[in-house]
Write a protein that binds this ligand. Structure first.
Ligand code: SAH
Length: 343
């Protein structure tokens, strides 16, 4: 049995054809599954019973299983989701004044092993399927519907994992999320965050107008390779060239994320190098003071150092924001998700 929500529209069309049903049944199925968020085939009353019965023999519709909910002092809510194979992933609902973002995981664990990231220190298990990515949205939507009258307004693929190493399922997800007959989010409210998988950035540029965020985190290859082993494969120049090409294809500002770690990448020389490196790319910079986790030897810089770093970049003409990570007290902040992986 397969979860039918792993099938994108094209695959639903093939499925409908293989059952010798009328082609428009694919659109009906698609609407029920992704737009109406159906939880059973029985709801699909405009689809003939016989066809529904045959679908039920081969497919099921999975339900997100929330195994635990933690609410932070600052209002961020972390959902621990149990997958059918008993793996766990985390998603974080981040309410802000005018918007509510959902931080979505793309993999169980992460293969990149960035030294400052707790998810990375716990290893990689597997890629998520389309249905497992979508179920995070449904789980969060239902959860906040019960709690408040808020709605999820923004989706950020910034949770556990590297989205561009699960490109096939992530691309399907992005297309359905931004499709007005699918999850119906505006593409400009959807952000993909990557550690800099250059070929993935290239492939992403052929899609809709999603926001791209790139985790830069250092200004020399030497330091970046030490922090992020993936830099040996895709060094700074290669990543930034991919960003430039991405930008040319869509004329949209790129977000650069920069985790500030005490005495590692927080010098004024770093700030000046950053200005030079990013010349010619229309962008904004998010500075994320390092979030600690058990076993790390890194620290967050002093407040004054963070503000000085920001000032240099502001004077360099960039839009720079200090992103205080939300949900720090419940390990829901950037780099603190681990989805209950084996300790
Ligand atoms: N793999 C993707 C998405 C997951 S990481 C990526 O690298 O972008 C999401 C963001 O959290 C990245 O910008 C990453 O640099 C940041 N991050 C990871 N660990 C962190 C930590 N301990 N403190 C602060 N930010 C961290």
């Amino acid at each position: 049995m397969e979860d039918i929500r792993n099938l994108e529209y094209r695959e639903l069309k093939d499925l409908v054809a293989s059952f010798a049903e009328k082609p428009y049944r694919a659109s009906q199925l698609y609407l029920w599954l992704f737009n109406q968020r159906a939880v059973s085939f029985d709801e699909m009353t405009d689809i003939p019973k016989g066809f529904r019965q045959r679908l039920k023999e081969r497919f099921y519709i999975s339900h997100p299983k929330i195994a635990a909910i933690e609410v932070s002092r600052d209002g961020a809510t972390k959902l621990l989701l149990e997958l059918d194979d008993k793996n766990y992933i985390e998603s974080v609902i981040i309410p802000e004044e005018k918007r509510t973002a959902l931080c979505i995981s793309s993999q169980v664990g992460c293969p990149l092993a960035c030294k400052f990231c707790m998810t990375g220190s716990k290893g990689f298990i597997r890629n998520l399927r389309l249905s497992e990515i979508i179920n995070q949205v449904f789980a969060a939507e239902r959860h906040i519907q019960l709690q408040s009258n808020r709605k999820i307004t923004n989706l950020v693929l910034m949770g556990m994992g590297e989205p561009l190493l699960n490109l096939e399922e992530v691309t399907k997800f992005l297309n359905i999320a931004a499709d007005q007959s699918g999850l119906a989010f505006a593409p400009r409210k959807i952000t993909v965050s990557t550690a800099g998988i250059a070929p993935g950035i290239e492939r992403l540029s052929s899609g809709a107008m999603f926001n791209l965020a790139v985790s830069l985190n250092a200004t020399t290859d030497e330091v970046r390779s030490r922090l992020m082993p993936i830099n040996k494969k895709y060094p700074l120049k290669v990543v930034l060239d991919a960003c430039r090409r991405y930008q040319r294809s869509r004329k949209r500002a790129i977000t650069f994320e920069y985790v500030l770690i005490k005495k590692i990448n927080d010098s004024l020389a770093d700030a000046h190098r950053l200005i030079t490196m990013l010349k010619g790319i229309e962008c904004k910079i998010n500075l994320i003071p390092f979030n600690t986790f058990p076993g790390t030897s890194f620290n967050k810089p002093e407040r004054g150092v963070i503000l000085e770093f920001q000032k240099v970049l502001l004077n360099g003409g960039y839009a720079v924001f200090i992103r205080e990570s939300r949900g720090d007290d419940i390990s829901a902040a950037c780099g603190q998700l681990r989805g209950k992986l084996v300790d």
